[in-house]
Design a protein around this ligand. Sequence first.
Ligand SMILES: *Cc1c(COP(=O)(O)O)cnc(C)c1O
Length: 487
Amino acid sequence: MSYSHCDWPEDEIKRVGYRVVDEIARYLTHLPERPPFEPVPGEAVAAFLDTPAPQQGQAADAILDEVVHGPMRWPFGQGHPRFFAWVNSTPAMMGIFADALAAALNPSCAGGNHAAIYIERQVIAWYRELLGLPRSWGGLLVSGGSMAALTALAAARHARAGFDVRRRGLQHGDRPLVVYRSAEAHTCHEKAIELLGIGSAQMRVIPCGADMRMSVAEFEQAVREDLDRGCTPVALVASFGTVNTGAVDPLEAIAASCRRHGVWLHVDAAYGGPAVLSDRYASGRSALALADSVALDPHKWLFVPIEAGAVLVRNTQVLRDAFSLVPPYIQAAAPADPARIDPVFGFPWFSEYGFQQTRGFRALKCWMVMKQFGLRGYADAVARCITLADRLAAHVADAPDFELFEPRGMSVVCFRYAPPGPVAPELDALNKRVLTAVQLGGQYFLSGTTLAGRSYLRACIVNGRTRESDIDGLLPAVRQAAAGCLD
Ligand SMILES: *Cc1c(COP(=O)(O)O)cnc(C)c1O
């Protein structure tokens, strides 16, 4: 090698790059022929963990050989047409290429007057439009729903604490802060509440009814109790599409209640947001606009490769007030006015609106995938996932040896194997064994969950490659896996 590590000649970039493209094409087109998941064998794990850092640099082809026989040999299965676990989607092709292009440009999207910043602003505006939020809303891209929750709740804490949390912290005996979340809200909110110093003991879990939606009466009751105890209600986390069952909380009534009590309403639409493009969930557009902040995960139902999350807020100035701490090497030139564009520094920096300083060019993959699909293409893809989930639910409802959990929503189907004979708790234990048997069986990959104290299998269809035949084969495959568990 007669060139430096960071300075390859054009022909070599092309030669290695074309091989990378070959490997991507081979991987993606042959994925359906493989099991969705195979556990990494012990020897391979040991080889991964025990290999020391190389002393000498290696040739590109040798590195790519290892990639083919390592990470590409033992994937977790996201993107496989029969992978239905968690809320993990198939990566869109333009997003895959975008990651390489973004790395080639390697801008920091902290801020500045360069195109990547305007692409991110455009992406935020497009997501705002997709969700039906007013033009006055703004926000930024983050790693995912968890960071979106942390960012939004940090803004809520700043806005509603009633004292200067940034300066005082939470250690001076001020009125204790309380955050509310529904029993079905994602656990990332609890992590955020802990990290923000509010403490999970000051988090009230508001029960859900049998419909898996948050009870507004219970929320009202909890707020009254907290006010009586001298606490400050700060924020409520509601869901537009829960992970467990795709439930949508009664957002209109919740928003009215939050307004009455001065509580910040954060709506977690990380998974469910894109459902507003479907006829069934179109009313979500006006409901989401009642929130103070909304989380959306482009790396879920918008088919952007992981990681990509978005946080959108009603009042961007609150976000800036909660996070802005401009270092001296930027301060002198950075514009204070959000409307002014400085020739070098551009708009006020994204880094003033969130925790990260150096920020990657995530926006490019969001932007390229949005262009690949268009809003119409997204609407079709979302509707297709919902139709496939309906189809699966109908199969389960028709099967005498399966139980469907209802109500169900969006593109999630929770069900359990329930042959005649065993009853709870044996059925719970059986379904846990069945889940593992399915995951290791090489035909399908599901996740599991607990609903009303019982174990369920869970399929979430946010998969652009799943066909009807993949749906139709699932129950037979579960039966086959279960047969091995009953012996
Ligand atoms: C995935 C998810 C989260 C967490 O988001 P990450 O992207 O995993 O950090 C939060 N809420 C819902 C509803 C989700 O589906």
